[in-house]
Design a protein around this ligand. Structure first.
Ligand SMILES: Cc1cc2nc3c(=O)[nH]c(=O)nc-3n(C[C@H](O)[C@H](O)[C@H](O)COP(=O)(O)OP(=O)(O)OC[C@H]3O[C@@H](n4cnc5c(N)ncnc54)[C@H](O)[C@@H]3O)c2cc1C
Length: 368
């Protein structure tokens, strides 16, 4: 899986990632090719069109794709997360109907609709409502920051069916283009610009009773389980972007001359490269450990949060150092490190900010 992902990322993504970023162009054809390679359902059973290769293979593949193009990796990550969530919580009918559409690439993308304009970290405060009306559910409300929300064939939407807090929340399957589903404006982002991020609103969106995903009022658990796994994916993304920046910095340091010598001869530069290489290696191992625990069917909430926290923060640092190694050329778009620096920043924000990861880690620690 890693070799397949690496070959594709280096041949078909890395050479065009800069252009996709500049044009904010959704990598439609590239995503279709990823689906053909089995990368839209790495940890999804073959029965539903997945590669059934497991969480470790997924993490390795994600590192490679992110190294080639972070925006493509984000889209791939959400597709995999939605497909896995359906496999875990969906009825047989829901799985058979939707998962093969995602893994095959027939759906351009799939989306995860949890965050709202007034709440991201505190997802249990969400206000989107789902009201029962005969055999239907009627959804009203809005979502914010939804990756691929304008492209998705399927969106998991979390809405309140009961009282306040996490216990009143249920998950629903909403098809792209449904009546009552409105796509808002595209966010003009700092990085991962070739992925789309939109707001969504629901105006009396009517769903059949069968659109409920998992048991009623247990949707919050569905979201938290999905995000636990998703954190391994974001951690792997961070490692991939950081590695791309480190490799670019090492290359540049050997070419660029200052005071009659390659800058790679100077200890200040060598130490920056050494620190980034060491930290990224540790990040890679934390990511793979969390993935291995998941693969073994063991708890991994603590390890997943540690991996995401560490990988995001160290990859951000590695990208910062890579810009520094490039001097003025690090600040313009002629070299890829300027893009890596922008792309990597979001890994400390989405699927739980670094502060939220610290909460999870402390909670697990104090429970012990
Ligand atoms: C590019 C992008 C793509 C995204 N894609 C999706 C998607 O597909 N689906 C989706 O549902 N969401 C998505 N998100 C939303 C993302 O998950 C949220 O932005 C994130 O969870 C943070 O929520 P917030 O923006 O509301 O920040 P807030 O929750 O308002 O946090 C603001 C600040 O306060 C801190 N903070 C909050 N609570 C605490 C606390 N208890 N203790 C200490 N500090 C705290 C945070 O760490 C942060 O620094 C995306 C976001 C971005 C930027």
């Amino acid at each position: 899986m890693r070799e397949t992902a690496r070959a594709f990322a280096q041949k078909s993504l890395a050479p065009i990632a800069g252009q996709l970023d500049r044009e904010s162009r959704f990598p439609r054809e590239q995503l279709r090719e990823l689906a053909e390679l089995g990368l839209m359902g790495v940890n999804v059973p073959e029965k539903y069109g997945g590669a059934e290769a497991g969480p470790v293979a997924y993490a390795l593949a994600m590192m490679e794709i992110a190294q080639g193009c972070a925006a493509t990796a984000v889209t791939m990550a959400v597709n995999n997360m939605v497909a896995e969530t359906l496999c875990r919580f969906g009825s047989e009918e829901q799985k058979a109907r939707y998962v093969p559409e995602i893994t095959s690439g027939r759906f351009e993308a799939a989306s995860f609709g949890l965050s709202e304009p007034h709440c991201g970290s505190d997802a249990a405060a969400l206000r989107t409502s789902a009201r029962r009306d005969g055999d239907s559910w009627v959804i009203n409300g809005s979502k914010q920051w939804i990756t691929s929300g304008d492209r998705a064939g399927l969106i998991i939407v979390w809405a309140r069916t009961g009282g306040n807090g996490s216990k009143g929340i249920s998950a629903f399957l909403v098809e792209g283009g449904a009546r009552g589903l409105h796509v808002g404006r595209h966010e003009d982002k700092m990085g991962v610009r070739a992925s789309t991020t939109v707001s969504l609103s629901f105006e009396d969106l009517r769903l059949p009773a069968g659109a409920l995903l998992g048991p009623q009022e247990q949707g919050f658990g569905v979201a938290m389980t999905a995000l636990e796994g998703g954190r391994i994916g974001v951690s792997a993304q961070a490692v991939g972007i950081g590695t791309a920046a480190l490799e670019a910095a090492a290359r540049y340091a050997q070419q660029r001359q200052a005071f009659g010598r390659p800058i790679a001869d100077y200890q200040a530069i060598r130490f920056m490269l050494a620190d980034s290489a060491t930290e990224l290696e540790a990040a890679r191992l934390l990511t793979l450990r969390a993935a291995a625990l998941k693969e073994a069917g063991r708890p991994f909430a603590l390890e997943g949060s540690m991996a995401k926290l560490y990988s995001a923060e160290k990859a951000i640092k590695a990208c910062d150092r890579a810009v520094q190694v490039h001097g003025g050329y690090g600040y313009i778009d002629e070299f890829p490190v300027e893009r890596h620096y922008r792309d990597v920043r979001v890994t400390a924000i989405y699927e739980g900010t670094s502060e939220i990861q610290r909460h999870v880690i402390a909670r697990e620690l104090l429970r012990e």
